[in-house]
Design a binder for this molecule. Structure first.
Ligand code: GLC
Ligand code: GLC
Length: 640
């Protein structure tokens, strides 16, 4: 039978089924409309993903009923917000959006005390708060919460579900969007599905990838990239009790889910909608590049991973269209952009900008940054980058080797240099970071460290060299200045606004010492806040500058939905870009990535009328100039 006809028939049957009928009421019309509209897409996707599944129809029928069940559980206020956002689909693309990612227990004690910090975030100007995973997870090492044992239970150390709901309401009242993680590539080995699998329940063994034969595992393993090689070689973990190998891309207690099984897709869709119904505005799709596996491939970024995410997205659109997806694809830039689209992830981390800003700080040269952004910054107009300088993870040196090659840069040796530079083993480096996941086989390595320490503040404070302190502060301002203005949602990381330094206490903790990412997950304390509020300290300089730039951003509609044009300069130490909007006008930004003053002509910056110019950041007016000189690490925000 022809596809469209099949689809129509399938929907008609579902709608006629007793189960579906029983769920209908006079409050489900919106759902029915959205289902009608989106079912053809869902049907096509599921048919393509699960082509040979004999009982697919019954899964589709059950899924639709489950979607309706989730819709019915959604609060009226959230449904209202969904409808408003459907009418204003670019709600997340405006200048008011300023994000911060925080661990509940590191910025407060628990969910209840976090409520008392809301005024702090409001004062800073934050309108998007990402709470790092706060679900039930194994005692001890839980990969910072990314090993989830129950998506519906809050970690009791942080509070209870009612506290999370109360926080969601309080944030909404304060005009702050809530972001939660959807950790859907894996569960912890303590999740009830994993436990049932361990008890021998075959239904749940099918939720994961379990192999009795090492050779079967090897058929996959041989082609895989090792993500955490210092945890364990290869991507499989042997389970003594079961005498089986289980697929574990990350830590050995994080079991990858088997999406070849449609029951897994259905189960995880319900968990996703449960999180959406708590009242969050964005869902961060964790490790989404890994969700589909096929023999003989690297099992990253596979076409069916995209289809699967699109299927989740259709379910989102049917039940909670006011919630937006954020892609966490920390992979090659060509692959990162493939997750971005109205029909897949509406927003995405921008690891390329992140990594190359650090690259430019190390080399003082912006050519790779300029070229890469020129080619790769533009994305679908309906979508948005999430621009960040630092996060809870490591920094991996992502860029395209062919781009680098055009500039005479050898990717491999350049990455080696960057690792040395940021771990302080390159002579003259200002930075103090730690290596992460060195792979002895291929020499791969990544870098950890707090933003301030990587920017040189830790070293400068130890030596009390005032000039170096000034440079470190200026580097911190520069990175934040760029993420706040280049186009997209800026995402700050807890403590960076206070210039928090590396926290080495993890080295004394048996549960953490093997994972150097903890060096950039410090517990915030009163001393840090006092320093940030004491005039004359480096911390104060950082805090006040960031606060000021956030306020400036939020008062500048040009930083909302306008275009970004990356300018190609002949000047090798500067990055410049122009934001323009047909009715709002233009603004031009230029940033100096070196510790020396740099001069640039207005002609190069494509600023024609040079009679009157203002730098918004320093409040300086320039009259009748033909060129501008930037101080070390200065960023200018030029308007007429
Ligand atoms: C994501 C998280 C990271 C975690 C991994 C596995 O990349 O950011 O912290 O280790 O996924 O869940
Ligand atoms: C995940 C991890 C991150 C790692 C990356 C490598 O995103 O969180 O630590 O760098 O995978 O692909």
């Amino acid at each position: 039978m022809e596809h469209n006809k099949q689809c129509q028939q399938c929907l008609t049957r579902i709608k006629a089924s007793g189960k579906y009928q029983a769920l209908l009421s006079n409050k489900t019309q919106v759902f029915e409309q959205r289902l009608e509209q989106n079912f053809p897409r869902l049907f096509r996707l599921l048919l393509t993903i699960y082509d040979n599944q004999y009982d697919l129809y019954s899964h589709i029928e059950a899924l639709v009923c489950e979607l309706l069940g989730s819709f019915k559980k959604r609060k009226i206020s959230l449904k209202r917000s969904d409808e408003q956002r459907v009418l204003n689909p670019s709600w997340y693309r405006n200048e008011q959006m300023v994000g911060m990612a925080v661990y509940v227990d590191l910025v407060a004690d628990d969910l209840q005390t976090l409520i008392t910090k809301i005024p702090y975030y409001q004062e800073l100007g934050i309108t998007y708060l990402h709470l790092m995973p706060l679900y039930l997870s194994p005692e001890g090492d839980s990969d910072g919460g990314y090993a989830v044992s129950d998506y519906r239970q809050v970690d009791p150390k942080l509070g209870a579900t009612k506290d999370l709901k109360a926080l969601a309401v309080a944030l909404k009242k304060a005009g702050i969007n809530l972001v939660l993680d959807f950790v859907f590539n894996h569960t912890s080995d303590e999740h009830q599905w994993a436990q049932k699998a361990q008890q021998g329940d075959e239904q749940f063994q099918d939720y994961y990838f379990l192999f009795s034969d090492r050779e079967d595992a090897d058929q996959y393993d041989n082609a895989l990239r090792e993500i955490f090689p210092s945890v364990r070689r290869g991507c499989f973990t042997y389970l003594d009790d079961m005498q089986k190998w289980v697929w574990t891309t990350f830590n050995s207690f994080q079991w990858d889910l088997n999406y070849r099984n449609p029951a897994v897709f259905r189960a995880m869709t319900q968990e996703m909608l449960y999180l959406a119904n708590l009242g969050c505005d964005l869902l961060r799709l964790d490790a989404l590049a890994f969700v589909w596996k096929e023999k003989g491939t690297q099992c990253e970024n596979l076409p069916k991973a995209h289809l699967l995410i699109q299927a989740f997205n259709v379910c989102r659109e049917i039940v909670c269209p006011g919630v937006v997806f954020k892609s966490e694809a920390i992979v090659h830039p060509d692959e990162v952009v493939k997750y971005i689209g109205k029909e897949e992830c509406q927003t995405s981390y921008n690891p390329l900008l992140m990594a190359l800003m650090w690259e430019s700080l190390a080399t003082r040269k912006t050519e790779l940054l300029q070229l890469s952004l020129q080619r790769r910054f533009t994305i679908n107009n309906d979508c948005s980058w999430v621009n960040y300088a630092r996060c809870h993870d490591d920094i991996g040196w992502t860029f395209d080797d062919a781009d680098a090659g055009e500039l005479g840069i050898n990717g491999e040796s350049h990455r080696e240099f960057l690792n040395k530079f940021y771990t302080g083993s390159f002579e003259g480096s200002f930075s103090k970071g730690l290596g992460f996941q060195y792979n002895p086989e291929n020499g791969d390595c990544r870098v950890c460290g707090s933003l301030a320490s990587l920017c040189g503040l830790e070293k400068a404070l130890i030596s009390q060299n005032q000039e170096h302190i000034g440079h470190a502060v200026a580097r911190i301002k520069l990175l934040h200045g760029i993420i706040l203005t280049i186009g997209g949602i800026p995402l700050l990381y807890q403590g960076d606004e206070l210039a928090a330094l590396n926290d080495y206490s993890f080295e004394q903790d048996d549960k953490k010492k093997h994972d150097s990412r903890w060096v950039n997950r410090p517990k915030l304390n009163t001393n840090m806040l006092v320093a940030a509020n004491t005039l004359g300290t480096a911390q104060h300089a950082v805090f006040s500058a960031i606060k000021k730039m956030i306020a400036l951003r939020k008062a500048s509609p040009i930083l909302g939905e306008s275009d970004t044009q990356i300018l190609l300069l002949t000047q090798p130490n500067l990055l410049a870009y122009k934001r323009s909007h047909a009715t709002i006008g233009t603004a031009t930004f230029v940033a100096n990535f070196s510790e020396f003053p740099q001069t640039v002509s207005l002609h190069e910056l494509d600023v024609e009328d040079h009679l009157e110019l203002t730098d918004q950041i320093s409040d300086t007016r320039y009259t009748n100039v033909r060129e501008l000189t930037l101080a070390p690490y200065q960023i200018l925000w030029l308007t007429k």
